[in-house]
Design a protein around this ligand. Structure first.
Ligand code: NAP
Length: 347
């Protein structure tokens, strides 16, 4: 379907957003992407098919009040993805929570002033659903993370507060636009730009010997191309509403390591010691205190628990079909080699 509607994508330089921009340009939309530096710093976006005719990059910062007013003016849709996605920051309040929450409020205010915006798609996260898997529970869009704080998993806290702020804004009074939220889990896949994303980095770290052993942990993986498509489908589907948990299959760390080994990546420093039993889990909880603060906290709240979730709403309501996650993991590794984030494999 080709459309000449205008869409604003915040944080266009990001791993997920760059794929959203690509998907929108492919479908014929006019795209206004916000970035933090001048446009010539993003040749990988400017080189996308259709970019020369229909992509405009404009500078904006989440912490500058009113900086989005002019940017969203005339746009039919706003896809708000920009938010710091990083662990182990110096100051969780100013480095994570403030840009996530104040940025969201400021963009929604700008949408309100615009008079043109009909729908906002907000990139939230599984982090706003929970920061602690429960082996006996299947998580859905109805669940909210009530446990994170500035001290406990502050990135999760920033995403929860930002999504709550977005829903509060919409519920406060009748708005001229609606809100649809995408809650992805662990997003992996090939990168359009040269930066290494925090989630792909987890796979790289596993391959570079950062973890002492195979832990009893699992992640719900989802390919970045599926996440981009989910945003565009949420925008185009009139009946889309509420939150959409966005994750394909969950894999145990043990399965991930076995997949990498059997796919020709056994020459990397993959963890060898199996620490996924009860004693290993206890040991890892102690060892987690040697990791950077937030990484250690994340390990302690996750290890020894199996995350289960229901992804049927996004498949049913947005007709999203997920790619084979094992294929996507292999593509991710090859892409990290291509960008120089990983040394080439020893064959
Ligand atoms: P990313 O590559 O780090 O992208 C984050 C984007 O936010 C970048 O464009 C970044 O700009 C921008 N940003 C950060 N702070 C900003 C500020 N103060 N003002 C303006 N822009 C700012 O990470 P990503 O994985 O694509 O994440 C995109 C969104 O998806 C985030 O909301 C994240 O929470 C969410 N998410 C990610 C995952 C995942 O596994 N990757 C899972 C669930 C949800 P710069 O390029 O200038 O730094």
């Amino acid at each position: 379907m080709k459309s000449n509607k205008a869409v604003c994508v915040t944080g266009a330089s990001g791993f997920i957003a760059a794929h959203i921009v690509r998907e929108l340009l492919e479908r014929g939309y006019r795209v206004r992407g916000t970035v933090r530096k001048s446009p010539q710093n993003y040749p990988f976006l400017l080189a996308l098919p259709g970019a020369a005719e229909r992509l405009e990059l404009v500078e904006a910062n989440l912490l500058t009040t009113g900086s989005y007013d002019k940017i969203v003016e005339g746009c039919d849709f706003v896809l708000h993805t920009a938010s710091p996605y990083t662990m182990n920051v110096k100051n969780p309040q100013t480095d994570l929570v403030d840009p996530a929450v104040k940025g969201t409020e400021s963009i929604l205010e700008s949408c309100l002033k615009s008079g043109s915006v009909k729908r906002v798609i907000f990139t939230s996260s599984i982090a706003a659903i929970t920061d602690e898997p429960e082996s006996t529970k299947v998580f859905t869009e109805k669940d909210w993370n009530t446990m994170s704080s500035l001290e406990r998993n502050p990135y999760h806290y920033s995403k929860t507060l930002a999504e709550l702020a977005a829903w509060d804004f919409i519920m406060k009074k009748k708005q001229p636009f609606d809100l649809v939220v995408i809650n992805p889990f662990m997003v992996i896949g090939p990168s359009i730009g040269p930066s290494l994303n925090t989630s792909n980095q987890i796979i790289r770290d596993i391959m570079m010997g950062v973890y002492p052993g195979i832990m009893d942990m699992n992640w719900g993986f989802v390919d970045v191309r599926n996440v981009a498509k989910a945003h565009v489908l949420a925008m185009e589907t009139d009946t889309a509403s509420g939150r959409y948990l966005c994750a394909a299959e969950a894999l145990q760390m043990r399965e991930l390591v076995a997949l990498l080994k059997s796919s020709g990546f056994g020459g990397y420093a993959l963890p060898k010691v199996d620490l996924s039993g009860k004693i290993g889990t206890r040991l890892m909880k102690v060892l987690s205190f040697t990791q950077p603060r937030d990484t250690g906290m994340y390990i302690r709240t996750t290890i020894g628990r199996t995350m289960r979730y229901d992804n049927s709403k996004i498949k049913r309501e947005l007709q999203l079909s997920f790619m084979d996650i094992k294929k996507s993991i292999i593509e991710t590794v090859n892409d990290m080699v291509k960008w120089g984030h990983l040394p080439p494999p020893k064959r």
